[in-house]
Design a protein around this ligand. Structure first.
Ligand code: 5GP
Length: 208
């Protein structure tokens, strides 16, 4: 059985990557990893659905137990991708998508060089600013932090395989879906070795 593919989606806060990921999960055969975080839940966020909200101590213990594929500190809180879920899904042939920041993406790239890394960009910096403001969940200090972090995040775009501009969310989601579909038709080493094996078998067998 073929293994599942691992997709990583990053982009600055306010680019709509969360909405895109939801659309992928709704319309494709792909599951999303639920991260653990030490940040407090926002209004409407559900334990185990948006995140696993954990204490700093529990997070530290999981780091020591090597329970994360990657983890990073973002805006003073820790976020991490639980290892077991991802490995089980991929091994069973299931595609998985991670919505994580660039620090985490770089760590995943080290461990999964065959992962597919997609960066979501806002149509313009002005629009990004407006989107962060419109979100309205952040204090003024946090807004500045997120905007500066957005600039930093964008500076890592060359580490990604694809870049999608989210000017219209449905359209952007369709583009990401196209990337995911196309990745399943890539010529891989596995396919190459299967063809090679087949060729060897044919050469060894006597023609009738
Ligand atoms: P928020 O607090 O707004 O939900 O997320 C803040 C940032 O943390 C976003 O850029 C999001 O992609 C990132 N993030 C969420 N989960 C993870 C994770 O498991 N690992 C890493 N490295 N970043 C994450």
């Amino acid at each position: 059985m073929d293994k599942g593919l691992l997709f990583v989606i990053s982009g600055p806060s306010g680019t709509g990557k969360g909405t895109i990921c939801k659309e992928l999960v709704k319309t494709m055969d792909i599951v999303m990893s639920v991260s653990e975080t030490t940040r407090a839940p926002r209004d409407g966020e559900i334990q185990g659905k948006n995140y696993f909200f954990v204490t700093k101590e529990a997070f530290q213990t999981k780091i020591q137990e090597d329970g994360f594929i990657e983890y990073a500190e973002v805006y003073g809180n820790y976020y991490g991708t639980p290892k077991e879920f991802i490995l089980n899904k991929i091994e069973s042939g299931q595609d998985v998508v991670l919505e994580i920041d660039f620090q985490g993406a770089l760590q995943v790239k080290e461990k999964f060089p065959n992962g597919i890394f997609i960066f979501i960009l806002p149509p313009s910096m002005k629009e990004l600013r407006q989107r962060i403001v419109k979100r309205g969940t952040e204090s003024e200090k946090s807004f500045k932090e997120r905007f500066n972090n957005a600039l930093k995040e964008i500076s890592y775009i060359d580490k990604y395989d694809y870049c999608v501009i989210n000017d219209e969310v449905e359209c952007a989601a369709t583009k990401v879906k196209t990337i995911i579909e196309a990745e399943h038709y890539k010529v891989t080493e596995e396919i190459y070795s299967q063809i090679y094996k087949y060729k060897e078998e044919l050469l060894c067998s006597t023609p009738r």
